[in-house]
Design a protein around this ligand. Structure first.
Ligand code: ADP
Ligand code: MG
Ligand code: ZN
Length: 639
């Protein structure tokens, strides 16, 4: 099977030859056409001999086992008054004279030549085909070549449609990007944080360096390692680093590249990939985004092409022996969707989680990327790491790049700490919309809203400290935001903290209602977030008295968004809704109480914010803790 699939593409000359062969075949079978101007009559050999004996034969020609002969003028059945003609066969055609040419199958007659000579007959043998060949070529070959050309063009077009692999052209190519050993320059030093993942993979690296050590003991290397984690955490980067560290050839292909227009093509690509890998062993095969082909096979009319590809992958991974030196790495952010068969020991038996970086990890990633750009002044990457909880490696790389772009835009030659901080805001809420005109009243509402959040956060136990408050509109649609940042990373959230979060989120709307006696659309995002936390507390975290530790919702895919599925009766769902509403109401009341108790500080800070548009957490705390009110600009009086 392999050989068949791996047939090289046939060049055009191949088809030319096939065409020519067909021409020759047809020509060989066909009757000679140069005699078309003469009438032909087939006779038996004895008729020919009699004519010869009677001296009636004028001329004889032997061609491919057939004798062609003509009779003398006088012997013609219907003689016409004709001038003397050159009677050579080659000039027969076009002579205008109707002549009967008799054909007879030649027999093994060694005496014939003597007899012909004695009878004074002109005779010849015509082995060639003369200009008849040209005629036949034009009649048959040209149209055949024409069709061959059209078909080969169409097939090639079809092949291109099938994403790279041509029906005639690309058959037997795996499309894997192959990088020779030692050419990958990425190493573990380029991957910050992720120490556990590196450790897991280090073993594979040292196996590829020194396989004997493992075979001696009888250890079998894991054939495959599956890197799993949210997007942008450095899975692809890590796989390249393994190749760079091991210094072996690196065959990389992305899962979606296996999925082809034609059923069976993906499977053949897998075959070719592993064939190539076995030839190059020791080497690393890396299949990125493997969920594209590794999805669970289910009973409901699955995708044939994908299943065949998966089956081929499964059997290939079983195919090579324990220590063949081929290590398969794969990456995915949807591990829960992978087929169980793919995960059983002997295939991807090692799972390497590549999680979002913690605070230290973020700082390390920032440092790696920061080393590639020019900076000036004091750069505090720890501070940036503190305000970017939940950011992935890719996000952080982007923050650094944005900062560099920002520096260039403002005509500077190096990046400052402020560039970095602004860049975080851009990543969080989009670019500033300086052109947006906001009325004074709206500006006041926005300021009170944001200070409401900040003040409620500051006055509660368990809420994160305020880092920054701003009322500059952003391209994401946010009219302002309050950024909170923990000093240290938090990994657990207790019930009180979760509730404090909801109270903080309701603080914006509470301030609006308290000071302007109106509610605006500005709180929609706060409401969404508050609701989802409240829901999660009740349905997933077991933080509700009436339900206790029962889960009513499950996370669908933890690495891509927080999609959940409900799993309870309608009656329970209605009760959950009522609890969610009650919880948020309670939080809202609490926020309002906090703001009422601190009304003067709310006014004071809001006015400072209106005047400056952005204040830091430190400035906020200074005003909050100041015993006496600082002077306030007179035009910004609350209503
Ligand atoms: P994934 O494959 O997990 O989606 P990538 O490996 O493609 O993510 O990462 C995208 C980019 O993010 C990398 O090219 C790198 O610049 C940056 N990055 C991600 N994680 C790290 C890390 N741990 N250390 C350094 N850079 C990282
Ligand atoms: Mg990737
Ligand atoms: Zn808000």
């Amino acid at each position: 099977m392999d050989e068949k699939q791996a047939k090289p593409r046939r060049p055009l000359w191949f088809w030319l030859f096939v065409g020519l062969g067909v021409v020759v075949l047809i020509f060989g079978l066909g009757a000679p056409r140069a005699l078309s101007n003469a009438s032909e009559e087939e006779v038996t050999y004895d008729v020919f001999l009699t004519a010869l004996e009677e001296g009636k034969v004028q001329e004889v020609e032997l061609k491919s086992g057939t004798l062609y002969y003509t009779l003398k003028e006088a012997a013609q059945p219907a003689p016409t008054a004709a001038p003397q003609l050159n009677f050579g066969f080659r000039t027969l055609a076009g002579s205008g004279r109707k002549t009967t040419v008799y054909t007879v199958t030649a027999m093994d007659d060694p005496d014939l030549v003597n007899r012909l000579h004695a009878a004074g007959v002109t005779f010849s043998e015509n082995p060639g085909t003369g200009n008849m060949l040209l005629l036949v070529l034009i009649q048959y070959a040209v149209p055949i070549l024409f069709y061959v050309a059209i078909f080969s063009f169409l097939f090639r077009r079809m092949g291109k449609l099938g994403a790279g692999g041509g029906l005639m052209g690309g058959l037997g190519k795996s499309n894997a990007r192959s990088i020779e050993g030692g050419e990958v320059k990425t190493t573990f030093a380029d991957v910050a944080g992720q120490d556990e993942a590196k450790e897991s993979l280090q073993e594979i690296v040292s196996y590829l360096h020194n396989p004997q050590e493992y075979t001696e003991i009888g250890a079998r290397m894991p054939r495959g390692a599956l890197l799993i984690g949210p997007p942008g955490t450095g899975k692809t980067l890590m796989a390249r680093a393994v190749a760079g560290e091991a210094g072996v050839p690196f065959l990389s292909i992305s899962g979606p590249e296996f999925v082809e227009l034609f059923v069976g093509m993906g499977a053949s690509k897998v075959r070719d990939l592993f064939k190539e890998a076995r030839e190059k062993a020791p080497c690393i095969v890396f299949i990125d985004e493997i969920d594209a082909i590794g999805k669970k096979r289910d009973g409901f009319g699955g995708n044939d092409e994908r299943e065949q590809t998966l089956n081929q992958l499964l059997s290939e991974m079983d195919g090579f022996e324990g220590n063949s030196g081929v290590v398969v790495l794969a990456a995915t952010n949807r591990p829960e969707s992978l087929d169980k068969a793919l995960l059983r020991p002997g295939r991807f038996d090692r799972r390497v989680p590549v999680e979002l970086p913690d605070q230290g990890g973020r700082e390390a990633i920032l440092r790696i990327h920061c080393n590639r750009i020019k900076t000036e002044g004091e750069i505090d990457l720890a501070a940036i790491a503190r305000i970017t909880p939940g950011a992935s490696g890719a996000d952080l790389a982007n923050v650094i790049n944005e900062a560099a772009l920002c520096a260039v835009r403002s005509g500077r030659h190096a990046v400052t700490q402020k560039d970095l901080e602004d860049s975080v805001d851009v990543a969080l809420a989009g670019k500033q919309r300086k052109s947006m005109v906001i009325s004074q009243r709206e500006k006041e509402i926005i300021a009170y809203h944001e200070v409401g959040h900040a003040l409620v956060a500051a006055k509660q136990k368990g809420a994160s400290p305020v880092h920054k408050i701003t009322i500059i509109p952003r391209t994401s649609g946010a009219l302002g935001f309050t950024m909170q940042a923990d000093e240290d990373e938090r990994f657990l959230m207790d019930k009180q903290e979760a509730f404090a979060k909801i109270v903080t989120l309701t603080g914006g709307r509470a301030a609006e209602e308290l000071c302007f006696d109106s509610v605006t659309t500005g709180a929609s995002n706060d409401i969404e977030q508050a609701t989802s936390i409240a829901r999660a507390m009740i349905t997933r975290y077991g933080m509700s008295e009436s339900f206790g530790m029962t889960a009513f919702e499950q996370m669908v895919n933890p690495y891509l968004g927080n999609d959940t599925t409900m799993n309870c009766s309608q009656e329970t769902a209605a009760r959950i809704d009522r609890e969610v509403i009650a919880l948020i109401d309670k939080a809202y009341d609490q926020a309002k109480t906090i703001l009422k108790d601190n009304r003067s500080k709310l006014d004071e800070i809001a006015h400072v914010l209106i005047a400056r548009e952005t204040i830091t957490g430190q400035e906020f705390m200074d005003i909050l803790n100041a015993p006496v009110a600082l002077p306030v600009s007179p035009e910004a009086k609350p209503e």
